[in-house]
Design a binder for this molecule. Structure first.
Ligand SMILES: NC(=O)c1ccc[n+]([C@@H]2O[C@H](COP(=O)([O-])OP(=O)(O)OC[C@H]3O[C@@H](n4cnc5c(N)ncnc54)[C@H](O)[C@@H]3O)[C@@H](O)[C@H]2O)c1
Length: 427
C-alpha cells in the first residue's frame, strides 16, 4: 500500500486526495490555510464541486485521509499549489518552490515527487530539480522520481474528469515517468501518455493558449459584426459546419485562473516570438471595456441608470470568481462617472466572496433600465423572459453570453455578436 502526501488542498489537491484515498491509499493532505485543515478534519470542505464533499467526508471518516499543516513521510508527494501571475503578468512560482522545500525533510530515496500545478516551461528542469539536488538528491539518477503531471479537469465535472481524462506524465527522466504512471494507475480509467517534463509543461499551456486565441478570434468577430451588421453567431454556426473549423463563442472576457494565465507563462519565456498570444490576451482583456461601451450607448440619455447584472462568476454554474470578467465589468460600472446604480444577482456566488451586495433576481430587476447578462448560468438559460417586462422600467437586456431564451412581449434582448441595431434608450 502506498502512502501519499498531497501539498495544497484546493480545487485540484482535494479531489486528487479524495480519489487516492478512495482507491485504498493512506493520504495525508497539507495546507497552509488553517481554515482548510479545520474544515477537513471535520469532514467538510470550502470548495463547491459536485460529489466532492461526500467523497471527502467518507474518506476522512474511514481514516484514509488525514490533514494537517505539515507534510509527513510518504512514498509519493503531490504538489497542487497555486501558480498565479503577478500584476506585471510574470509567473509567480513561489508557492511551488515553497511547497517543494516543505517536503525536503520528509523525503527518502525512491520517493516520487509529482508537480500537478500548471507551471511555466522549464520549471521542472530549472526550478524544481535544483531544489531537490541542493538537498543532496541525484534526480537524474532517479534517487527521487520527479515528474510534472498537469491537471486538465474542468470545474463542475472534476470528479468525473479526474478519473477519466487522458493524463500526460512528463518525467524528469524516462524512469521517473514510468514510476509515476504506477501512482495514477491506482485510480485512473483514462489513457496515460509518458513524455518529457518540458513537453508536458508546454502541452498543458498550449491547450489553454489555443482556447484563449480562439476566444479572442470570436470576440474580434463580435466587434466586427457590430460594424458590418451581421450576426456573429450565425457566422460561427455556419463556419463550424466545415469539418475542420471549430470557432469558439464570444463573451464579456476570459476568466478563471487557467485560460487567462497560462499563455502569459509562455509569453514571458518567449516574448519576441509570441505576438499572436499577446494580441489574443489584449483582445480578451478589452472585452469588459467593450461591454461598458455598449451600456454607455444604451443609457446615453438617462441619468443614474439602474443596471441589473446577472452573473458574477467567471463561467456558468460555478461559484468561482477568480479573474472573472463579470466582476471587472461591475467595477467599471460602479466607478463610472455616469453614476450607474448596479444591482447584482448570482445564484452561486456569496457576498463573502466579493466586495459587492448580491440581490435576489426580482429585486435586481425592479425598475431597472437595463439588464446585463454576464454569465450563462443554467438558471438564466431557462428563465421566463416575461419577467423583464413585468419588473423593469424598460425591458431591455444586453446578453453578453447569448444564452437567454427568446424575448417575450415588448422585451428587447441584444446578444453580443448581434449588436448593430442596439437602441439608445429615451430616443
Ligand atoms: N482549479 C482548476 O480547475 C485547475 C485545473 C487545471 C490546473 N489547475 C492548476 O492546479 C494548481 C492548483 O490550483 P487550485 O485551483 O487547486 O488552487 P487553489 O487555490 O484552489 O488551492 C491551492 C491550495 O494550496 C494551498 N497552498 C499554497 N501554498 C501552499 C504550501 N506551500 N503548502 C501547502 N499548501 C499550500 C492554498 O492554501 C490552497 O488551499 C494551479 O497551478 C492551477 O493552475 C487548476
Amino acid at each position: 500500500m502506498k502512502n501519499i502526501c498531497v501539498v495544497g488542498l484546493g480545487h485540484i489537491g482535494l479531489p486528487i486526495s479524495g480519489v487516492l484515498a478512495e482507491a485504498g491509499m493512506n493520504v495525508h493532505g497539507v495546507d497552509i490555510d488553517e481554515n482548510v485543515i479545520d474544515n477537513l478534519q471535520g469532514g467538510s470542505i470550502l470548495i463547491e464541486e459536485p460529489g466532492l464533499e461526500d467523497l471527502i467526508r467518507g474518506v476522512v471518516k474511514s481514516g484514509r485521509l488525514t490533514a494537517g499543516g505539515k507534510p509527513e513521510k510518504a512514498d509519493v508527494f503531490i504538489v497542487a499549489v497555486p501558480t498565479p501571475v503577478y500584476d506585471d503578468e510574470s509567473a509567480n512560482i513561489t508557492y511551488v518552490e515553497q511547497a517543494v522545500k516543505s517536503i525536503l525533510p520528509y523525503l527518502n530515496k525512491g520517493n516520487a515527487v509529482i508537480v500537478e500545478s500548471t507551471v511555466p516551461p522549464r520549471t521542472i528542469q530549472d526550478k524544481v530539480a535544483p531544489v531537490l539536488e541542493e538537498a543532496g538528491w541525484d534526480v537524474a539518477a532517479n534517487e527521487i522520481y520527479l515528474a510534472h503531471c498537469p491537471e486538465r479537469v474542468i470545474p463542475g465535472s472534476v470528479m468525473k474528469e479526474i478519473k477519466e481524462n487522458t493524463l500526460i506524465i512528463g518525467g524528469y527522466t524516462k524512469e521517473a515517468a514510468a514510476e509515476v504512471a504506477e501512482v495514477y494507475k491506482l485510480f485512473l480509467e483514462g489513457e496515460i501518455i509518458e513524455t518529457t517534463a518540458i513537453t508536458a509543461e508546454m502541452s498543458k499551456l498550449m491547450e489553454n493558449t489555443y482556447r484563449d486565441v480562439n476566444i479572442a478570434l470570436a470576440n474580434e468577430l463580435a466587434k466586427i459584426s457590430a460594424e458590418l451588421d451581421v450576426n456573429a453567431h450565425e457566422v460561427i454556426r455556419l463556419a463550424n459546419v466545415h469539418p475542420r473549423v471549430e470557432l469558439h463563442e464570444p463573451g464579456p472576457g476570459v476568466g478563471g485562473h487557467c485560460i487567462p494565465v497560462d499563455s502569459y507563462f509562455v509569453i514571458e519565456k518567449a516574448k519576441d516570438v509570441s505576438p499572436l498570444m499577446q494580441t489574443a490576451r489584449e483582445i480578451n482583456n478589452s472585452m469588459p471595456e467593450f461591454v461598458l461601451s455598449q451600456i454607455e450607448k444604451l443609457t446615453r440619455n438617462i441619468s443614474n441608470p439602474k443596471i441589473a447584472v446577472f452573473g458574477l462568476s467567471y463561467k456558468g454554474d460555478v461559484d468561482d470568481v477568480r479573474g472573472s470578467p463579470a466582476i471587472d465589468v461591475v467595477f467599471k460600472l460602479v466607478n463610472n462617472k455616469k453614476n450607474y446604480k448596479v444591482f447584482c444577482h448570482d445564484p452561486y456566488v456569496r457576498e463573502d466572496q466579493v466586495p459587492l451586495r448580491i440581490h435576489p433576481l426580482e429585486e435586481s430587476l425592479e425598475k431597472a433600465d437595463v439588464a446585463l447578462v454576464l454569465v450563462d448560468h443554467s438558471e438564466y438559460k431557462k428563465m421566463d423572459t416575461s419577467i423583464f417586462e413585468d419588473r423593469m422600467k424598460t425591458p431591455v437586456v444586453l446578453d453578453m453570453r447569448n444564452c437567454l431564451p427568446e424575448a417575450k412581449g415588448d422585451t428587447r434582448i441584444y446578444p453580443i455578436g448581434d449588436l448593430s441595431g442596439l437602441e439608445v434608450l429615451g430616443e
